[in-house]
Design a protein around this ligand. Sequence first.
Ligand code: SF4
Ligand code: SF4
Length: 98
Amino acid sequence: MAKQDSRKDSGITAGAVITKAGSSMKNKTGFWGVFKPVLLNSRCNACGICVQYCPDGCIVIKDKKASINQDYCKGCAICSKECPSKAIIMQKKILKSC
Ligand code: SF4
Ligand code: SF4
């Protein structure tokens, strides 16, 4: 009997590599994080640095402020660390018990 390739069946590539650009929006990672980024509007000057650093591509500049799509944010805090204006703070999520 031929051995089945379980990776092929699951749709996961070898090494779990994402091969196509712009595919992060196919993976909702918003439930991964324990912390979530919160924008302090008055400090944001729309420089766009957080947009460049976010590994999930879930920050855009909208109405001259950063706008974070929490559905795709995995809570890595890179945006918070890189923002020169300290306009993004990380806040602990309130997790629902089962
Ligand atoms: S890096 Fe900071 S100041 Fe710049 S757009 Fe992002 S949140 Fe705003
Ligand atoms: S914490 Fe910030 S950098 Fe990390 S995924 Fe969320 S928005 Fe992007």
